[in-house]
Design a protein around this ligand. Structure first.
Ligand SMILES: [Zn+2]
Length: 452
């Protein structure tokens, strides 16, 4: 453990030293996320971790002492991706217990151009908080972590159904004081959710929920939106869900032309509640769908023993419910988009040794486009919409002067083929430049090695 932290620290010293110098990016193209277009990049100047000049003339004085990155005509600058359902947790090995992996997984996220993450429920909130502090202090490499703290609801181990509103307030106060940047409810009763939202909002923090039909004292999004929830995960809810059943079996049959569907969509639009579509999330339990190929074999980042375990597992048995859910999510997300709903990008991929959430952000972008959403809109979903969902749209999510300089550079026009976002050439977070290939090399064979 000590040796590892030392290694990471050495690597960081190297990168933060170069961070002192301004960076100038010339040539290629830029998608700023402020429009639907890619435009020729006239010049981007990054100083002090911020964008100072974007797509304007950079003077010779600006370039003095600056690190110069010159792009070819087939390279595109994009705002860093924002995954608002970015699980760091994994279940690895035959006796594996779900645990947050905050040593190597942050490197995987960053190497994929994911510069900001909201973990969406943490199993080891103290460990995740410590990781974030190490990253913020430059002692470890990773994206920005907007800690969610522990789950609110039955997803938290030892969750007490008998908690009063006062108990919830106290717990929210505690985690807010620890520095969480939002909350995640999962398996929560209406009474508890109401208390959570009230208190979180007093702290200026947003709440998102993996909600249900209303069955067995669960909460339907219809009620949650009236309580003031900020975001909803996976399923839009409303009257399309049978209140005497769990959510998924009725959601897979949802008719996007029905009144029930249109009513719930209208409620989201009216209250400007964001929907975290997570189209690819069911695929981890179902048949592998388009986009689930390996452009880099993600399995190699796991320790040899984990790779052996993955190989020794019986072949995947696709769950038909999750196969239907994937197609229902594609349908409903497109209909929600057409109605003017706000969508965010969430991967929701707690790994079992096959796929890694950082890579899956590109699968999710692709799935949004497969669903029928235009590529430019998908990129905004993956960038500025996420920033706004995390209450930080004024500082993150687009390439504009005065924002933190988070970006990644890809080969190929993502508006022509969204899969171009997979070809990550350079990543920048707060003006610090990273070589994604080098980052990935540093993680090969490591995840689940017991070193974390
Ligand atoms: Zn999740």
């Amino acid at each position: 453990m000590h040796r590892l932290v030392g290694l990471i620290a050495t690597l960081c010293v190297a990168t933060s030293a170069s961070a002192q110098a301004p960076v100038v990016i010339r040539g290629g193209w830029v998608f700023t996320a402020t429009s639907d277009q890619v435009v020729r990049n006239r010049g981007i100047l990054v100083r002090g971790g911020m964008f100072q000049v974007v797509n304007d003339d950079v003077t010779p004085a600006d370039t003095q002492g600056a690190r110069l990155i010159t792009l070819s005509d087939d390279e595109y600058v994009l705002p860093g991706l924002i995954d608002v359902h970015a699980h760091y947790n994994m279940t690895l090995g035959p006796n594996g217990k779900r645990a947050d992996e905050y040593t190597y997984n942050p490197i995987i996220f960053l190497a994929n151009g994911v510069t900001t993450t909201f973990p969406g429920g943490e199993y080891d909130p103290e460990g995740m908080m410590a990781a974030r502090k190490r990253i913020d202090a430059g002692q470890q490499i990773g994206p920005r972590i907007f800690n969610s703290g522990p789950y609110y609801g039955t997803a938290r181990e030892g969750w007490n159904q008998n908690w009063t509103a006062e108990d919830i307030y106290k717990d929210v106060d505690y985690w807010a004081a620890q520095g969480v940047r939002g909350f995640k409810a999962k398996g929560i009763s209406p009474e508890h959710l109401k208390a959570l939202i009230e208190r979180a909002h007093q702290h200026g923090l947003p709440v998102t929920g993996h909600l249900e039909s209303g069955f067995r004292n669960s909460t339907n999004a219809r009620e949650a939106i009236r309580m003031g929830i900020d975001r909803v995960e996976h399923v839009l809810g409303g009257d399309a869900l049978d209140p005497t059943k769990a959510a998924y079996p009725s959601w897979v049959k949802v008719d996007v032309q029905s009144k029930a569907f249109k009513d719930i969509v209208a409620l989201y639009v009216k209250h400007r509640v964001a929907f975290d579509a997570t189209i690819t999330a069911p695929v981890y339990f179902g048949t592998l769908q388009e986009g689930f190929d390996y452009w880099i074999d993600e399995r190699k980042f796991f320790a040899p023993a984990i790779q052996e375990w993955v190989k020794s597992r019986p072949p995947r048995r696709a769950n038909p419910l999750f196969d239907s859910l994937y197609w229902a999510m594609r349908r409903t997300t497109k209909a929600f988009y057409d109605a003017g709903g706000i969508i965010t990008l969430g991967t929701d991929n707690p790994s079992r040794g096959e796929f890694l959430a950082g890579f899956s952000s590109h699968r999710e972008l692709h799935a949004l486009v497969l669903a029928g959403i235009p590529p430019a809109a998908a990129l905004r979903i993956g960038t500025i919409n996420g920033a706004r969902a995390l209450n930080t749209g004024d500082k993150l999510g687009s390439i504009e002067p005065g924002k933190f300089a988070d970006l990644f550079i890809v080969r190929g026009n993502p508006l022509r083929d969204i899969r171009s976002t997979r070809n990550v050439r350079v990543v920048m977070k707060a003006g610090v430049v990273y070589d994604p290939a080098e980052l990935l090399r540093s993680v090969e064979g490591k995840i689940g090695s017991g070193e974390s």
